[in-house]
Design a binder for this molecule. Structure first.
Ligand code: HEM
Ligand code: HEM
Length: 242
C-alpha cells in the first residue's frame, strides 16, 4: 500500500475503532441516566447506580473530542494532500497559510472550551470552534457533495460535530435548569445526532467504496461516471494490474 492510501485510511479507521464504540457507551449511559431519573421521580427505588450521570458526561466529553477530531482529520487529509499535489504552498501561500492557521485556531478554541468555566467564554469558544469547522469545510479541496447535501458525509459530519460541541457547552445548563428544558433540548438534539452518526457510517462506507487505490486512479479517471462506462482498455489494464 502506498503512503498516500495509508493516510487516507487514518480517518475512517479512527472513526470505526474509537468514535463508534464511544457512541455506543455514551448512548447506553444516557439510557441509564434517563431510566434512573424517571424511576426516582416516580418514587421507585433504582438499581442503576448514581455514577451513570457523571460517566455519561465524562465519556460524552471524549466522544465530542473524537467526533470533532474525526471531522478535522477527515478534512485535513483531502486539503493537505491536494495542497502538496498542487503545490499550493508555493502558488497560493496566503490561502495555504490561512487554512493551516484555521486548523490550529479551531483545535485551540476547542481545547479552551473544556478548560473555561465561565458561561460567556464557553459560548464564545463553542461558537468559534463551530465557525472554524465551517470555514475549513468551505475550502474547495473538501468534497461536500453540495448537489446531494441530504446524503452528504460532509454535512452530516459537520452537523454532528457541532451538536457534540453544543452538548459540551450546555453541560452546566442541563444540571442548573430545574425545569429540565435544557435536558429536553439535549435529548432531542442528540437523538438527531444519533441519526447523523448512522448516516456517517453509511455515507463514510459509500465514500470509501468510491475512492480507489492511488495506483488505480490513473485507469479509473478514463471512466465516465454519468454513463457508468469505462473504455475497454481501462478495464483490461485495471483488471490486469490486480
Ligand atoms: C450520543 C450522544 C448523546 C446522547 C444520545 C445523549 C442523550 C442523553 C440522555 C437521554 C440523557 C438523560 C436525560 C434524562 O435525564 O432524561 C442525557 C443526559 C446528559 N447528557 Fe447526554 N447525550 C449524548 C451526548 C452527550 C455529550 C457529548 C455531553 C457533554 C459532555 C452530554 C451531557 C449530558 C449531561 C450533562 C446530562 C445530564 C446528566 C445527569 O443528569 O447526571 N451528553 N444525555
Ligand atoms: C462520527 C464519525 C465521522 C465524522 C464526524 C466524519 C467526518 C468527515 C468529514 C467532515 C470529512 C471531510 C468531508 C468529506 O470528504 O466528505 C470526512 C471524509 C471522509 N470520511 Fe468521514 N467521518 C466519520 C466517520 C467515517 C466513517 C465511519 C468512514 C468509513 C467507514 C468515513 C470515511 C470517510 C472518507 C472515505 C472520507 C473522504 C476522505 C477524502 O476526501 O479523501 N468517515 N469525514
Amino acid at each position: 500500500m502506498e503512503l498516500d492510501d495509508f493516510f487516507a485510511l487514518i480517518h475512517p479507521a479512527i472513526a470505526v475503532v474509537i468514535v463508534f464504540p464511544l457512541i455506543g457507551i455514551v448512548t447506553h449511559r444516557a439510557w441509564q441516566v434517563r431510566q434512573r431519573r424517571l424511576q426516582l421521580a416516580n418514587g421507585e427505588k433504582s438499581k442503576i447506580p448514581p455514577i451513570v450521570g457523571s460517566e455519561h458526561v465524562e465519556i460524552g466529553n471524549w466522544l465530542s473530542i473524537g467526533v470533532v477530531g474525526a471531522a478535522i482529520l477527515g478534512m485535513a487529509y483531502p486539503i493537505f494532500s491536494r495542497f502538496l499535489k498542487n503545490d499550493t504552498f508555493a502558488k497560493d501561500p496566503l490561502r495555504a497559510f490561512w487554512v493551516t492557521a484555521m486548523f490550529m485556531i479551531t483545535t485551540a478554541t476547542f481545547t479552551f472550551l473544556f478548560k473555561v468555566k465561565i458561561k460567556t467564554w464557553r459560548n464564545i469558544f463553542a461558537a468559534a470552534t463551530a465557525i472554524g469547522l465551517l470555514l475549513i469545510g468551505a475550502q474547495p479541496e473538501v468534497f461536500r457533495r453540495d448537489n446531494e447535501w441530504f446524503f452528504s458525509h460532509y454535512y452530516y459530519g459537520v452537523a454532528a460535530a457541532i451538536l457534540m460541541i453544543f452538548s459540551v457547552a450546555i453541560t452546566q445548563e442541563i444540571y442548573r435548569d430545574k425545569q429540565n428544558r435544557w435536558r429536553y433540548i439535549h435529548i432531542i438534539l442528540n437523538c438527531l445526532a444519533l441519526l447523523l452518526f448512522v448516516g456517517q457510517g453509511m455515507t463514510g462506507a459509500r465514500d470509501l467504496l468510491s475512492i480507489p487505490y492511488s495506483w488505480q486512479k490513473e485507469h479509473l479517471r478514463q471512466c465516465d461516471s454519468k454513463t457508468r462506462t469505462c473504455p475497454p482498455k481501462a478495464i483490461t489494464s485495471f483488471v490486469g494490474d490486480r
